[in-house]
Design a binder for this molecule. Structure first.
Ligand code: WTA
Length: 629
């Protein structure tokens, strides 16, 4: 894998990627194994959103993880798995063993009738089998869609139905901290609303009692017991779908973001190698869940393509105590540690005491992802975890970008607190004003767009291509719009300012306000609701809901029920932190909710609410201010 070793080399590569992107990317792609090479590196059109990377090449991403790595790294550890309970033994899976297990499960998938192009849902805990499940789907050309195991049965059913999946891979239960969470029963409930699922394969993890439906449900261990550990990889076209991952947007239901095989492979591997500056014997740990894009690109695909040793952790940072992350760092002598600002802030709140028995001296690089990292958290992380001498890579990217877009390269790009810093080679960000004019030069602030395709750019939103065009490529002509605000400072370094649309980022998880509102509105006494984000010390943003109810019940009772409804409809991550019962919502004369006012009130920023006299119902503003939480 091509590796950048100095700042001057970074600038040289960046320049090449601007002047001759095709030669830049083909040089990188050359180090992979192809069944057939491409006819043309890139063909693209941002108007209709037709993007073709490595046109007509043939490959299988798992051959690039296994066959390409096995000769030199067969006995090297691919995955270290740390269970939820620190008293349970970790598992070290070598590349050879992971390959064999993947082949065995690939055969099991084929035996159950899974073919190229079929969609398979993965709703599993953080266990090695979740990675094996993803890789086995990729091996047989099936399209996986991992659904975070904290989502409700309704959210799961919506995703299954949207992509018309044929199979669900799940477990009996899920250990998370001191809790044991039922998983299979959630699947059973979801499947009452789904007609496309033919079979369910259930991994035994917690050994709790589950119902198994004859002819539909099968145990994982039974499925693999008769299968061999050799399995031919399906030959895929570069642009064949690799996976779908659902993510929230500013409107309605989640979108199925589609990534294709070759471009995603090249980009996830290249960025992993260069951002983290992985060396052959390093142990790398990303604390994300495989249910999110970070888990896809930087626990599974990127590291394994590069022949790295990647750690998977089943549990939570606070169990059995708040030293858990640091204990794991010391236990496996982690060299690169990648986590989210929300975890840093939560652990920072406990002070330095939980660190006193940890050396953390193995760390070489620390990373941040998922939301803006505030300066205070940046310094705490840098000083106390990185001991002041580990480069901190603040990596900006999105489900739709497939891989890291703006970030320092560890040890190469100078660090600047709270700045994602510079774009990776091949990434051409532009800052635009609301009219779409490009703001050139330094000291400018606006909306972040990308003007040229990169290999792992979103290809479509599953089943609704127009939605992809409208959401990402229509706001600013000829550009991909990220939904984020950004500032380029006097040195040309980029600082991400957060979402400029109706998406809130709660603990690094994206939530569409409309999605939360829809869930709240399912409560039968709710007439209307409006949800906004507000600054939250630990979560980054909290969820603030204004709700109009038609009820004789006490406000407190309804508030409790609303929380339950959201938990049931979406899942615990979408629970409102604050609910204010109101008699009306501030609306314009055309009936549009003035969210700007609601955001200010939720943030305790009553000073400058702007002109409210043109509202349909100006009186309501005062009521809202007086009743604010
Ligand atoms: C936000 C996660 C600031 C951003 C990989 C983006 C960030 C959204 C950063 C995507 C960062 C991600 N600094 N903000 N380093 N990384 N974001 O799809 O608002 O779950 O649009 O992908 O997270 O979230 P997603």
């Amino acid at each position: 894998m091509q590796r950048i070793n100095s700042l001057s080399e970074y600038f040289k590569k960046y320049e090449l990627s601007e002047k001759n992107p095709e030669s830049f990317w083909s040089e990188i792609a050359d180090s992979f194994t192809w069944k057939k090479k491409w006819d043309k590196v890139l063909d693209w059109d941002f108007e209709n959103v037709s993007i073709n990377w490595f046109q007509n090449a043939k490959l299988n991403i798992t051959e690039n993880i296994f066959e390409r790595n096995l000769k030199e790294r067969g006995d090297k550890t691919a995955i270290i798995w740390e269970p939820n309970d620190p008293n349970e033994s970790p598992i070290h899976l070598t590349y050879k063993k992971l390959y064999e297990e993947t082949c065995r499960f690939s055969n099991a998938l084929r035996s159950k009738g899974i073919k190229k192009g079929d969609r398979v849902i993965i709703y599993m805990p953080m266990v090695p089998e979740a990675a094996i499940a993803m890789l086995a789907c990729a091996r047989v050309g099936a399209v996986h869609s991992v659904v975070f195991a904290g989502f409700s049965s309704t959210s799961l059913a919506d995703r299954i139905n949207d992509c018309q999946a044929k199979m669900v891979l799940t477990s009996d239960g899920n250990f998370r901290g001191s809790k044991t969470i039922p998983v299979k029963s959630v699947v059973d409930e979801a499947l009452e609303k789904c007609s496309t699922i033919e079979s369910v394969i259930v991994l035994e993890r917690t050994k709790q009692a589950v119902e198994m439906f004859e002819g539909r449900d099968f145990w994982w261990h039974d499925c693999v017991s008769e299968e061999t550990n050799i399995c031919d990889a399906e030959v895929l076209d570069s642009e064949d779908m690799l996976f779908i991952l659902y993510t929230s947007g500013s409107t309605g239901k989640p979108k199925g973001v589609v990534h294709s095989s070759a471009g995603y492979m090249v980009y996830s591997a290249y960025t992993f190698q260069n951002v983290f500056q992985y060396d052959e014997n390093d142990i790398y740990w990303c604390t994300a869940d495989v249910g999110w894009i970070t888990g896809h690109s930087y626990i599974v695909y990127g590291p394994l393509l590069c022949g790295a040793t990647t750690v998977m952790f089943e549990g939570v940072p606070t169990f059995p105590n708040v030293s858990r992350f640091w204990d794991i760092v010391d236990k496996f002598k982690i060299n690169q540690f990648y986590t989210a600002p929300t975890a840093i802030r939560a652990l920072q709140a406990h002070g330095l005491e939980p660190l006193k028995n940890n050396s953390l001296e193995s760390l070489k690089v620390i990373g941040s992802v998922g939301e803006p990292i505030n300066e205070e958290a940046w310094h705490w992380y840098h000083d106390n975890i990185g001991k002041g001498n580990c480069p901190l890579v603040d990596t900006w990217w999105q489900t739709e970008t497939g891989g890291i877009m703006i970030s320092a390269l560890a040890g190469i790009t100078p660090n600047k607190p709270a700045h994602a810093s510079l774009p990776l080679p091949g990434i051409h960000p532009v800052i635009v004003d609301p009219e779409g004019n490009e703001l050139v030069g330094n000291n400018v602030q606006g909306n972040l767009c990308i003007k040229f395709p990169w290999p792992s750019i979103i290809r479509t939103t599953y089943g609704d291509h127009q939605r992809c065009i409208n959401t990402y490529f229509s706001n600013y002509k000829g550009m991909y719009f990220t939904g984020d605000g950004v500032k380029r400072d006097h040195d040309g370094y980029l600082r991400i300012l957060g979402r400029v649309d109706d998406v809130i980022n709660v603990s690094g998880h994206r939530m569409g306000t409309a999605e939360v509102e829809n869930a709240i509105n399912e409560h039968e006494e709710v007439i209307e609701s409006a949800v906004v984000g507000y600054p939250h010390d630990i979560k980054g943003e909290g969820i603030y809901a204004y709700v109009i109810i038609n009820s004789q019940s006490s406000d407190d009772k309804v508030k409790g029920e609303i929380v339950d409804v959201v938990r049931r409809v979406i899942g615990p991550i979408a629970k409102p932190d604050k609910i204010q019962i109101v008699s009306g919502l501030p609306k314009t004369r055309s009936g549009k909710i003035m969210r700007r006012i609601l955001r200010k009130v939720a943030s305790n920023d009553f000073g400058n609410l702007g002109d409210t006299s043109t509202l349909l119902n100006p009186d309501v503003v005062e009521e809202i201010i007086n009743g604010a939480n």
